[in-house]
Design a protein around this ligand. Sequence first.
Ligand code: CUA
Length: 200
Amino acid sequence: MQIEPLKQKYAQLLRDFYAQLRAIHIDQLERKWITISLIVIGLFVGIITIDALFHGVNPPSKVETIDSASLHLNKEFAEDNLGVQVDDKGNVTVRMVAGRYSFFPKHITVPAETTLTFRWVSMDVLHGVHIPMTNMSTMIVPGYVAEITTTFPKPGEYPMLCNEYCGLGHNHMWSNISVIAKENWTAPAKSSAKGGSNNE
Ligand code: CUA
């Protein structure tokens, strides 16, 4: 391989490119805006890079797989573990299984103004989950765990709807979430023997 001639060739190409660029007339104002756009792009790319490398922020494609056919044998999503749970550090996690045509458990009670981590899995086909009036919406793809962290600012009754067509009963697929004031909410009992949650 002759590196030198190649280098010279590319250096020449680069020089030609700059020469042509300089030959183009660009208005002062336009030049300013081009610079600003480049700075903004650089800023965004920088933020994404820093978040990815130092804050562990992953794109939604972050992959956590699970065997949908054996959820009942899976420790995390076994029936007794579904619903609302609070760990030793006080983190609230909600585990739910989506299946034609419901979310299980059918009803959960969570505190307002509290960070909640929702973890969903599908037992059969592709489902979606959407809670109107919130920013929460995600797909539940069989074989993967869908995780969303959110907070309900106000107490109230919220429906949880399926928003991916999953079969004839799709429009009857929903659960209810009761969001109650933080001070009135008591953590469900630890799931040592049976249930750990507001299973209903
Ligand atoms: Cu589940 Cu539509």
